[in-house]
Design a protein around this ligand. Structure first.
Ligand code: C5P
Length: 232
């Protein structure tokens, strides 16, 4: 499993995304396309970025009945994305159906990872509003184990949760972690953050980095610094 830095391309249009990607003349970073860009531009944005030679993590966090998710995943698989995701809260049956939909006729498929509990959900809200009475950490570990049982490749989680997920699900179970900041950088609206170096020590397989790269004076230098610290 190769460690890599994924750039969160949280732009609102294809043009802004291409203007950003054009700065990378020597490397082809792995990019994350989220809901905003995908809903604004549709599947063509995936095809165009793919055509430019980038790997793509399509972050649409599917959550619906198993049959609907299976069919939607079959469509995403044809788009030839490299990684995509869903909510583990959809149950093991939904995750298994997603895997079936994602698997192509030749047996290949994109990496499939699960969101456990969103990092924006506090333990207090989870307990009071969702009536989940376990601790947030136990919930995250349980959902990660459900994802593993369904046959998924890993989970999206905070780098600070990656250690406990690996401990419970094994080192081969992938952790993809946003919430990464340089030691001397702005934290912005992220709360539980860590540096690329620390994420590497904790055992993240992929770090997802947005603003520390996209809003840097020199995005290419910031990307290289991330790769240097995380991949080494
Ligand atoms: O700009 P920044 O580095 O904070 O971007 C992090 C990216 O990871 C954003 O696209 C954000 O939506 C995503 N993300 C996150 N926390 C999660 C799940 C996804 O920050 N728990």
């Amino acid at each position: 499993m190769g460690k890599d830095v994924i750039i969160a391309c949280d732009f609102s249009s294809a043009q802004a995304t291409f203007d950003f990607l054009d700065k990378f003349t020597e490397e082809k970073p792995f990019v994350k396309i989220g809901m905003e860009l995908y809903y604004a531009e549709g599947p063509s944005i995936v095809r165009e970025i793919k055509k430019r030679g980038h790997k793509i993590f399509l972050d649409l966090k599917l959550h619906d009945i198993p049959n609907t998710v299976k069919k939607a995943m079959a469509v995403l698989s044809k788009l030839d994305v490299d990684m995509t995701n869903l909510h583990a809260a959809g149950t093991i049956d939904m995750m298994k159906a997603a895997l079936e939909g994602l698997t192509r006729e030749d047996g290949t498929r994109p990496i499939l990872i699960a969101v456990t509990q969103l990092t924006s959900t506090s333990e207090e809200r989870m307990q009071k509003e969702l009536l989940i009475h376990s601790s947030i950490n136990d919930t995250i570990v349980k959902y990660a184990n459900n994802a593993k049982e369904a046959g998924l490749d890993g989970v999206v989680c905070s780098p600070l949760e990656a250690g406990m997920v690996k401990e419970s699900c094994g080192s081969g179970f992938m952790t993809v972690t946003p919430g990464v900041r340089f030691a001397d950088g702005d934290v912005g609206d992220q709360v539980r953050v860590t540096t690329p170096q620390k994420a590497k020590e904790i055992g993240s397989d992929y770090i997802v980095v947005g603003r520390p790269i996209t809003t840097a004076d020199d995005p290419v230098a910031a990307y290289r610094r991330c790769v240097e610290e995380f991949v080494g």
